[in-house]
Design a binder for this molecule. Sequence first.
Ligand code: 5AD
Ligand code: SF4
Length: 525
Amino acid sequence: MAQTTQKVFSPKVAGGAAPPSAAPSAATSAAPAAPALGGHTDLSADLATALTPDAVRGLLTPDKVMDESRQGEALNRSVAGAQRLAYVETYGCQMNFSDTEIIAAMLTEQGYGFTKDESAADLVLLNTCAIREGAEQKVWERLKHLRHVKRQRAQRGQDQLVGLMGCMAERLKAKVLDQEQLVDLVVGPDAYRSLPELIAQVGSGQKAVNVLLSREETYADIAPIRLDTNGVSAFVSIMRGCDNMCAFCVVPFTRGRERSRAADSIVAECAQLVAEGYQEVTLLGQNVDSYHDEATGVDFAGLLDQVARVSPTLRIRYSTSHPKDMTDAVLHVMAAHPNICNYIHLPVQSGSSAVLERMNRGYTREWYLERIAAIRRILPGCALSTDIITGFCGEAEADHAETLSLMRAVGFDHAFMFAYSERPGTLAARKYPDDVEEVVKKRRLAEVIALQQELSLASNRRDIGSVQTVLIEGTSKRSTAQWSGRADSNKMVVFDAVGRGEGPGTYVQVEISEVSSATLKGRMI
Ligand code: 5AD
Ligand code: SF4
């Protein structure tokens, strides 16, 4: 049965009288969406130790693999007249990809162009993620490989500086600089402005480090250099840091205290993106519901309302909501604006109130379910995704069963799922033993993933026969004769190109006829 929603978003759609745009070609590639803030991507690494490779492949849905494919993505932008070349590789969440856009702006100002070839670069930067051990492991391996590249360049008489940026910087500065001699500079998430000085410092023969966390830095005045070369969808960072202190999470330590960017500067950036032809923005924060513009008192509901008014055809997404802080006011703003996507990412982490308590999440199972009821009441048909951790400290079989039952009760459309990975320095590492055996964590993870696949398939089947408004992002991964884009619900939709003026950045109407657990397929009407 087709799913109906009350909100109707009617941007100008391609087809008929729409302006001509490029026909699909091999050169246009789909820009995969980076994982949500909650959408971390080392799932395959988490699973790989517990299951056979075939079992892992069977469990991973294509969209998770696509998220995975962005890890370690190299920035590729040519800059006319560049005197030096930088190679910048990014790991982690959307926030980190957004930060790379700020780093790119700083480097461009310093006369750098960008290369995708690490051996051609004068400066190599890794923007890193520390969320789970697997994420850090990948970066260590890359650093060892890069040491080799640097030595080869040295043999050719060419210098190369290697820098570690982002969330691993604070925790690992001593190790990378001294013990392992792997990098020349270390720059934390609030210190990107000092990049030029640090580079100069290394040039004069010293190692350079700035991992100071700030209470004010939001980079509000820096115009990011967009990584999405399709010019369709952009990230807009609305706040930095996190004050929540979830027991498992390293983010408050790596990214510091929460601070919000002024609403005016966010609205101005969105207006600029519209002027440049962008069709979609994703507002980013670790906990958007605690957004608070100190100067004007604007909260997240107010900000969302202002951004929605920038242009009726600008699609708006945001990430991440926190169940303890998500207000009905935000839901009412979403209901009032058809251009705000009917989709919420609401990480639950566990279905057991006892585990949630130890996680220091600030809500119970009942509270979470009440928030879901409010979403269903105010936003009928709203798509929902979540994050789940299996095997957190003290998680018993009965707690795990509660997670599975909550998943069924909510019927999530999508989920990002992880085995618990203890992070040094966190509340949990200090307070609770990491006492769920690795095989048990992985088995529970496999059960959670299998259930989510069933739920995603059921959700997608409900869309058969419906007509979805899709914003085309590029050609599908399988064929250049097919387009792919996202529906309002954030689901990936693939359909044959018909050559009626549709192309990246245009909205089209697609009637859904076929689905898998990961993708909707249909026909453009
Ligand atoms: N182990 C496993 N998963 C984690 N996450 C955060 N910290 C950890 C950890 N130590 C997951 C949570 C969070 C998402 C960003 O990553 O589900 O919502
Ligand atoms: Fe993003 Fe850092 Fe968190 Fe990784 S650890 S998800 S990079 S904020």
